[in-house]
Write a protein that binds this ligand. Sequence first.
Ligand code: DGT
Ligand code: CA
Ligand code: CA
Length: 574
Amino acid sequence: MAVYNTDIAAVFEEIADLLEIEGANPFRIRAYRNAARVIRDLSREAGDMIADGADLTELPGIGEDLAAKIHEIVHSGTCVMLRKLKKRTPPALIELLKLPGLGPKKVKVLYHELDIHSLEQLARAARDGRIRSLHGFGEKTEAKILHSIEMQAGATARFKLAVAAQYGERLVSYLKAVPGVDHVVVAGSFRRYKETVGDLDILVTANRTSPIMDHFVNYDEVAEVIAKGTTRATVRLRSKLQVDIRVVAKQAYGAALHYFTGSKSHNIAIRKIGQEMGLKINEYGVFRGKQRVAGQTEESVYAAVGLPYIEPELRENRGEIEAARAHRLPRLVELADLRGDLHAHTQATDGRNTLREMAEAAQARGFEYLAITEHSRHLTVAHGLTPQRLLAQMDEIDRLNAGIKGITLLKGIEVDILEDGTLDLPDDLLGRLDIVVAAVHSHFDLSRARQTARILKAMDHPHFSILAHPTGRLIEERAPYDADMLRIIRHARERGCFLEINAHPERLDLLDIYAQMAKEEGVLVAINSDAHSANQFDNLRFGVGQARRGWLEKSDVLNTRPLKELRALLARTL
Ligand code: DGT
Ligand code: CA
Ligand code: CA
């Protein structure tokens, strides 16, 4: 049984939540939250470190007790303390914690003040208007709680793409090692780089004697076998992620891959074109009468209906078939096209690594430049930089740039856009930076008109370069703020500034449709990692996936430009 860092972090987060509901010592609670973050940001799996005999107490904030718990979790998947805590907490409270917008503090109040033990009781209290008068709640929160209960009742949980990737990719390498197996690929929404996936759809080609199905259901992460036949099976993993597997013959690989990649509405549209040409298209191939005319590769399926190959990220039936027919498909941007990253943090604020470590990691990826963009002072939770501390960092960057070859650090900031649209640092200071990344981090609830005006005003600032994570959403946790994105994009064009696709797995913001809107309006998009540690540059692939879903080409992306061109583009706005 493999235990990943995300599993360990989840155990610690849950311990912290339950301790908080109990009203435990805040320092103790914080120690667990901190440990969760440290583990989540490790560049190696803690399990591997333990196997190598590493001393975990050398990690920041990890003492003997936490190190012992990490060992325990790595070996057993959980820990005794969590089990004990769970035993003495009413189970419904643990359910309440899972509702977006309800943290341990609020759950504690609901439990103690209203004696709420279940979701039904909570919904009733919200409907009766009994929640709004509680300390720290109010009418808005009450409405939100009711909304999220109703949402949860209707929807089944989806997994963030990066989380699904972690489980999916390990399963793929496990399956590739099975005798007689040829291709193993994750199809479905995962292959289309959708920001969340409902389940994984794994397609395998194997010879007839391969023991693939038995191996699949015996994978040590499998919690439940829902169905098992000779060519298909469905399981649920311990993480609750459901996985479908389908085994096909080699000559049907392309047809099956096309079928299981979807989207369903893309498939239906392609099948319809086939029908008009007298062809039958299914997961086994493309047929004219009884004769198979295509299906070995995806290209052959498209060619059979007179179309060029269409990339998976485009297959949403949003105009890609028409574009293919007119030979106007975009040549989508690729990870290798990126020449740098324009949004990253270091230890100076809430990052994990030093300037030098971040520079070296970026250089190791072959980057030509990296912008260091710490938070500004308004974000006190992230130890935002004061003007003085920013000046000190700028000097440090000068020294580092003088000493390091092959990569240039750009001086930047992730400055807060304050409620009135002003920026959270003095103009003269912003003017001395190479790049000003600006973002909304507060007052998400402003009316559409005020939120839009706030952002437009910020863009009017002469030093504004990039609007970071432009809709503020956190996937499955916080809805996008209400703002007129078309006006913002058009204003960006007028002002010569740019929008970001933030590659952080919880953000992936711009959303794909707005990335496409930016392209159509002629606004360049930066694909940024927002890395808080050196290993988080890996997240860029998800940002690139999002960009591809937005039809972006290399030329639509700001940070595909060589440094000299980038500087010229930034100078327009500085
Ligand atoms: P998800 O899992 O909700 O994130 O979305 P998908 O797209 O992965 O959907 P899923 O897992 O239900 O099915 C995988 C693929 O199989 C889907 O993208 C297209 C194909 N598929 C499923 N059902 C149908 C169907 O009824 N007709 C057609 N043409 N294709 C289907
Ligand atoms: Ca799926
Ligand atoms: Ca499926």
